[in-house]
Design a protein around this ligand. Structure first.
Ligand SMILES: *Cc1c(COP(=O)(O)O)cnc(C)c1O
Length: 419
């Protein structure tokens, strides 16, 4: 893996291929994203190259889907081999990669059963369906009255039902009518959860650290207290670890920091090894066992290519001890960031290699600073306007983090993003 970068973004005038590609996108694609003006053509490890030959350190990792970096050799080999053997059967038949994957993922996370899907939002939807059916068949809640408690500033995906309980910033008024049956409590406040639970409550859905919401780390003990409250009141504790899971925060799961085993565990992003969408819901038999044939499914869910890649991803996480690596590198890198003298930084927070640099409102938002970092050869993206999210691959070299720390310091010490 390269560790002494030489190039960064070339001046705009010479970035002709970049301009051509962006023009195509502007002309032919829906504008549901506002990407940085970089067109990536190749990736290896923590580094990517753009179409005009500039090189960048990827410090976003596709929102934690690239925990293993770009084209991790072991996962790539499995992906290519499986692609040449068997890719898709549908669940109308069994395939020989499904069983071994199910055994590995359930044993890894201490759960009885798994239900595989593709994207994160689908896995969240699966968890919501699980909670409702469990509520009606096991808890004994009256039909069509189940309530699920969620947190303010949450992010769980983009489907109609999920945006129905997402923060207002998701413009849900444009996508109504909303799905009923959700109630929101402030994040980080266990007493608010306890007060919101009623006889109709079937589940509490929570991110152990809020990623999109601004790398919000809850107070110590919050997850364990919420788990205890849920247990006392017979409510499912559902952890959305799509972004925080698989080593990102310095533990295999972020819930491991407080020795919490969720009743329903939701995984996605890095489970696909940076190759393809793979998500999963895991739970005890009593919970996920509520599904009968025909209740739920997905054409691509559990396909052999996905199972092979996810198996390789879980093995790589274990064999390369990437959670421990994220813990060590993240702690050191956060300390480096905290030493930066900058009038713009309000707070540096996070866990492992999931780090947020919150800027003062006067700094003008994270976006222009991310553009300035891009010109220095670092790719990252703001979240919730004032927070620069830093989430490099867990395989990143220590020397690359040192290189990045210098550039963060150089950029954030300026009076304005452009100098
Ligand atoms: C990214 C994310 C999702 C949605 O995953 P998609 O694959 O984009 O559907 C859900 N929850 C959390 C916490 C996420 O970070």
């Amino acid at each position: 893996m390269p560790s002494t970068p030489t190039t960064s973004a070339a001046p705009a005038a010479t970035r002709t291929k970049t301009a051509e590609h962006i023009e195509l996108v502007d002309r032919h694609s829906a504008r549901n994203y506002a990407p940085l003006p970089v067109v990536i053509a190749r990736g290896e490890g923590s580094w990517v190259h753009d179409v005009d030959g500039a090189r960048y350190l990827d410090m976003l990792s596709a929102y934690s889907a690239l925990n293993f970096g770009h084209r991790h050799p072991r996962i790539t080999e499995v992906f290519v081999r499986q692609a040449q053997t068997l890719t898709l059967t549908s669940r109308a038949f069994h395939n020989d990669r499904f069983g071994p994957f199910c055994r590995l993922i359930t044993e890894t996370f201490g759960q009885d059963l798994v239900l595989p899907m593709n994207t994160g939002a689908e896995a969240v939807e699966t968890a919501l369906k699980t909670a409702r059916k469990w509520g009606y068949h096991v808890k004994g809640v009256a039909r069509d009255t189940a309530e699920i408690i969620v947190c303010g500033d949450n992010f769980h995906g983009r489907t109609i039902s999920i945006v129905s309980f997402s923060p207002d910033s998701f413009n849900q008024e444009d996508f109504g009518p909303v799905t009923p049956g959700f109630r929101s409590v402030p994040y980080g406040d266990a007493a608010a959860l306890a007060a919101a639970i009623t006889d109709r409550t079937v589940a509490f859905l929570v991110e152990p650290i809020q990623g999109e919401g601004g790398i919000n780390v809850p107070p110590p003990g919050y997850l364990a207290r919420c788990r205890d409250i849920c247990r006392e009141r017979n409510v499912l504790f559902m952890a959305d670890e799509i972004q925080t899971g698989l080593g990102r925060t310095g533990r295999r799961l972020c819930c491991d920091h407080e020795n919490v085993i969720p009743d329903v565990l939701i995984l996605g992003k890095a489970l696909g090894g940076g190759m393809m969408p793979v998500s999963a819901v895991l739970a005890r038999r009593e919970v996920l066992g509520v599904f009968q044939p025909g209740d739920h499914g997905s054409t691509f869910g559990g396909n052999p290519l996905a199972c092979a890649v996810a198996t390789a991803a879980l093995e790589t996480l274990r064999d390369e001890r990437l959670a421990e690596r994220a813990d060590r590198l993240g702690t050191a890198f956060m300390a480096q960031l905290r030493q930066i003298r900058s009038p713009h930084i309000r707070e540096v927070r996070g866990r492992g290699l999931l780090i947020g640099v919150e800027l003062h409102p006067e700094a003008g938002g994270g976006k222009p600073w991310c553009k300035a970092l891009m010109k220095e050869g670092i790719l990252c993206k703001e979240t919730s306007e004032h927070v620069i999210r830093i989430a490099p691959p867990l395989t990143i070299e220590e020397s690359d983090l040192d290189w990045a720390a210098e550039r963060f310091e150089r950029v954030l010490a300026r009076a304005t993003p452009t100098g």
